[in-house]
Design a protein around this ligand. Structure first.
Ligand SMILES: *Cc1c(COP(=O)(O)O)cnc(C)c1O
Length: 388
């Protein structure tokens, strides 16, 4: 039989997450690969979802999203960032940030257009750029003084006459970088000068550490009018299975994304929208406690990884630690990750698969720390086997 899958998707067979999660299941290793929490979100939020189902909130909600969630997102952005969005024309509820990214890229990039992405990239970015028939222009984030950043000249060089958008992610998965105002100003300057859209994935907006400030690029001068700001409930409220996300953008961009979105899914599931509207209003103190737990997990994991021989990069946000494996005597992350269950009973993700430039990514491996403290302790104890 000939391969039925369209050519442009053939490089996207199984994701590294499926491979590494299967490896964890097969070997009984602790899965610090895929980034999902092993505890539930705020109990009252869960109760609100159950109540919505019991109360018959179970039919198609409006295409743009349930009004109370759109209002809650608008209020959140106003209170937290001073960004005013009209809930009726400037907010769109999506099936997770994943659909928000898909709808934005498919709606905004013509075949042949170029989209600048920072590598290591989130895997759905490249798949969607490919599906749109567009071309990705990667800019590599490299460690400089302990954190990953980009070279402004490389970014400038990546923007050409066919560039339509810069797709950024801050706080950044997998490196843990929270872009500073200065870094964002470089990106914003290019967007303004070259008339580009910023597609900004901010799903970790609430998960920053040591007081690091998350700055939405839409708050920079002249950027609100050219930014598609994306977030989601999954990471903030530990409900990655709810797949409830949103876009905030000027009306023309929301209309564009919605035109695509209506034929991907038409609308997002109703009960979660109600519960998330509640959580955005009432449960940010719960998120603050989550942040503290995560920061303690982070510190524990970094200490353990360093003792085991990894070079670690302390993340200012997200729930991942990016490492360099070369001090351990390895230089291929994929090889180490395949061996890690037998070497140390732990599974991680080789981040080289998120780079176009194999040399830049080959020696990097990502560990998640969104698991219960006792699971993190056990993982750290097991990793100690590497230094014996
Ligand atoms: C988890 C994640 C997403 C996906 O969010 P969903 O709401 O689950 O679709 C998007 N971007 C990044 C960087 C992520 O880590």
């Amino acid at each position: 039989m000939t391969e039925p899958l369209v050519r442009r998707m053939r490089g996207y067979g199984t994701t590294i997450f499926a491979e590494m999660t299967a490896l964890a299941v097969r070997t009984g290793a602790i899965n610090l690969g895929q980034g999902f929490p092993d505890t539930d979100g705020p109990p009252e939020m869960l109760e609100r979802a159950a109540a919505a189902i019991r109360e018959g909130f179970n039919q198609y909600p409006p295409g743009p999203g349930v009004p109370e969630l759109r209002q809650a997102v608008a209020d959140h952005h106003k209170e937290r960032y001073g960004l005013a969005y009209d809930p009726d024309s400037e907010i769109l509820v999506t099936v997770g940030a994943t659909e928000a990214i898909a709808a934005s890229v498919l709606a905004l990039a013509e075949p042949g257009d170029e989209v600048v992405v920072f590598e290591p990239y989130y895997d759905s970015y490249t798949a969607m750029i490919e599906l749109a028939g567009a071309v990705r222009r990667p800019v590599t984030l490299r460690p400089v003084e302990g954190r990953f950043t980009f070279d402004p000249d490389e970014l400038r060089a990546a923007v050409g006459p066919r560039t339509r958008a810069i797709l950024l992610n801050t706080p950044h998965n997998p490196t843990g970088t929270v872009f500073t105002r200065d870094e964002l100003e470089v990106i914003a300057g290019l967007c303004r000068d070259r008339d580009l859209v910023a597609i900004s994935d901010e799903v970790y907006e609430h998960l920053t550490f040591d007081g690091a400030e998350h700055v939405p690029i839409a708050t920079l001068d002249g950027m609100r009018e050219r930014t598609v700001m994306i977030s989601s409930a999954g990471k903030s409220f530990s409900v990655t299975g709810w797949k409830t996300g949103w876009i905030a953008a000027p009306p023309a961009y929301v209309r564009a994304a919605q035109t695509v979105k209506q034929f991907l899914t038409f609308t997002a599931s109703a009960p979660w929208q109600r519960a998330v509207a509640y959580a955005l209003r009432e449960e940010l103190p719960w998120v603050a406690r989550l942040r503290e737990t995560l920061q303690a997990n982070r510190d524990r994991l970094i200490t353990g990884l360093a003792a085991a021989g990894f070079r670690t990069y302390t993340p200012a946000g997200t729930y991942f630690v990016q490492t360099d494996i070369r001090p351990l005597g390895f230089d291929d992350g994929h090889e180490l990750c395949r061996a890690l269950p037998s070497l140390a009973g732990v599974v991680a993700i080789p981040t080289q698969v998120f780079y176009d430039d194999p040399a830049a990514g080959r020696h990097h491996v990502r560990f998640a720390f969104c698991k219960r403290p006792e699971v993190m302790d056990e993982a750290v104890a097991r990793l100690a086997a590497l230094s014996r």
